[in-house]
Design a protein. Structure first.
Length: 192
């Protein structure tokens, strides 16, 4: 299980105080370890938007002993790519794997715009050797919470061109597939 504690720690809307955030992150990890939880990976998840820098991010960093994965949200591709590349570099400096924890082509209503978003995202995954990728497959405009915000219908199955691109991409060898040995290849031992 991947546990994102205080996801998007640097999102100004969350108003996390860096010192309190680090304390809370460590408290949760220490508590779960003390309780014997051994099937959780603790994820440090950045918004990766705006003028974020290594110096700013590190104000929130709970420490290598508490963070198992670095992660980022990616909605505004290609605008976010440079900032996210810096965050990936920081993950590599700390010898941590990197995941895209939330992604969707935010505010893209044209097929051309969406195809461009997917192509940038898949290229980023390949070039940066992203270890995990989470996609939000949703019609945002139909959800009461997001209605009127102009996010869009980002269901892969809603458009044949996008569905074809998606199936071709995830068919590549770099993506794990369902198989009898999948959990073993992920390092999960299960119950004996």
């Amino acid at each position: 299980m991947y546990l994102r504690i205080g996801y998007e720690f640097d999102n100004p809307d969350n108003r996390y105080d860096p010192k309190e955030y680090k304390q809370a992150f460590r408290y949760v990890v220490d508590f779960l370890r003390k309780e014997g939880v051994r099937n959780a990976a603790y994820v440090w998840h950045s918004n990766c938007w705006g003028v974020n820098s290594t110096q700013q991010w590190m104000k929130w960093y709970p420490g290598d002993g508490y963070v198992d994965w670095f992660a980022a949200s990616m909605f505004q591709v290609p605008d976010q790519l440079l900032t996210t590349m810096k965050f990936v570099k920081l993950a590599r400096q700390h010898h941590k794997p990197f995941m895209i924890a939330e992604s969707t082509p935010w505010g893209m209503y044209t097929i051309h715009g969406k195809m461009d978003w997917y192509n940038h995202m898949f290229q980023f995954i390949k070039e940066e050797k992203v270890e995990a990728f989470c996609y939000i497959d949703s019609n945002w405009d139909k959800m009461p919470m997001y209605k009127g915000q102009g996010i869009g219908d980002d269901r892969i199955e809603a458009n044949p061109e996008i569905k074809k691109l998606w199936i071709e991409e995830i068919g590549r060898a770099r993506y794990l597939k369902a198989s009898p040995g999948l959990f073993r290849s992920l390092g999960w031992r299960g119950h004996q």
